[in-house]
Design a protein around this ligand. Structure first.
Ligand code: 9UX
Length: 72
């Protein structure tokens, strides 16, 4: 069963940034959909937890050069 996660982002400065993150996440094994809202600096990612973890997804965002805001 797929799960959904919401990640608050930082570091996006243009619309292409949002697209870069979406493309990067969408090509990960186990990610079924990734949507980034530039204005809200939020992303919603649907993934299969048997194939990829929340931590992997966040690490990918960081490897693309953007920040992940940890919620408390
Ligand atoms: Mo353009 Mo957004 O280089 O980083 S994609 S500002």
């Amino acid at each position: 069963n797929n799960k959904e996660m919401n990640v608050q982002l930082s570091g996006m400065t243009c619309a292409a940034c949002a697209t870069r993150i979406e493309k990067g996440l969408n090509k990960m094994e186990g990610v079924t959909s990734a949507n980034v809202n530039l204005a809200l600096e939020k992303s919603t990612i649907t993934y299969n937890p048997e194939e990829v973890s929340e931590r992997d997804v966040k690490a990918k965002i960081e490897s693309l050069g953007y920040g992940v805001i940890e919620e408390k």
